[in-house]
Design a protein around this ligand. Structure first.
Ligand SMILES: [Zn+2]
Length: 282
């Protein structure tokens, strides 16, 4: 064990500085998005069965809503730019910008060198939850996704319906490619409806039962054309001590809503990050 130096307290008392202050970030025009949403028609409805995943495509300027239609259910979301899968949701940078959990007004950013908003959260029926007594919040960008490799490492069992497996299978089927060509594109997720935090003592990632109930939803505005993949996690509400093989699971539902022509006048789908347009690769 290392021994604390004499000035340990003084060293620990250095003031925290935000790594990424948000004051210079462009503020999304939520009023414009909401007005456009008022004009929108539902154009597609996709049911994601428990322990499976489904893909969905939508155009920039549309909305997609993820709902728990029957009961609390965690969803693991991947997002891609449909024409080149290398541009995908960047969970780590999104977390660095907004914190460990996201809600209304936060945006889901894409990987380097593109680094542009893929989607903006416009509605969240669980925004009331805030931070609970355990330090937990809802909709995290901490967790990576459940996967069969970690599952085997920890429990010594083969399990084929993890979110990683479900996302891989759904994306491969959608793109009509072999699993081996697709698996490495599956990435760290937005954990929709998942209630999580870090333990105070050890800083370990913990989960507790999702506060979602039938009818709860999160809605997103698509800033660019998107290919989404959503897995209904085998952990169900992720609050059970039962393993993912035995947890109670519910379906999820994705609905896509397209605004009327002209409802987004003055809005432009974001281009690549300006640095990347000038210099990439750096
Ligand atoms: Zn999962």
């Amino acid at each position: 064990m290392s021994q604390p130096p004499e000035d340990a307290d003084a060293r620990r008392a250095a003031p925290p500085v935000l790594c990424y202050p948000k004051d210079t970030l462009y503020v999304p025009p939520l009023d414009l998005y909401r007005a456009a949403r008022e004009t929108a028609q539902e154009t597609q409805r996709i049911r994601v069965p428990p322990r499976e995943a489904r893909c969905f495509n939508l155009s920039a300027g549309s909305f997609f809503r993820i709902t728990c239609p029957e009961g609390a259910q965690v969803g693991d979301l991947n997002l891609f730019a449909p024409r080149h899968l290398e541009e995908r949701f960047y969970s780590g940078k999104t977390r660095a910008l907004y914190g460990s959990h996201v809600s209304v007004g936060d945006r889901l950013w894409s990987t380097l060198p593109w680094l542009r908003p893929m989607a903006t959260i416009t509605e969240d029926t669980l925004a009331w939850y805030g931070r609970d007594a355990d330090g937990a919040r809802v909709h995290d960008v901490i967790g990576t996704r459940c996967d069969p490799y970690t599952h085997h490492m920890l429990y010594g069992r083969d399990f084929h319906q993890t979110c990683h497996s479900n996302l891989t299978r759904a994306l491969a089927a959608h793109l009509e490619k072999p699993l081996t060509e697709i698996e490495h594109h599956v990435h760290d997720v937005l954990n929709v409806f998942m209630c999580t935090g870090f333990t105070e003592e050890t800083g370990q990632y913990f989960m507790k039962a999702s506060p979602a109930r039938a009818g709860d939803y999160v809605e997103f505005f698509a800033e660019i054309d998107l290919l989404g993949v959503l897995s209904a996690c085998p952990g169900g509400d992720c609050g059970s001590a039962l393993g993912p093989e035995d947890a109670t699971c519910h379906p999820l539902e994705i609905t896509i809503h397209s605004p009327a022509a002209g409802a987004l006048d003055g809005w432009y789908s974001p281009s690549f990050n300006r640095y990347s347009r000038r210099h990439a690769p750096c």
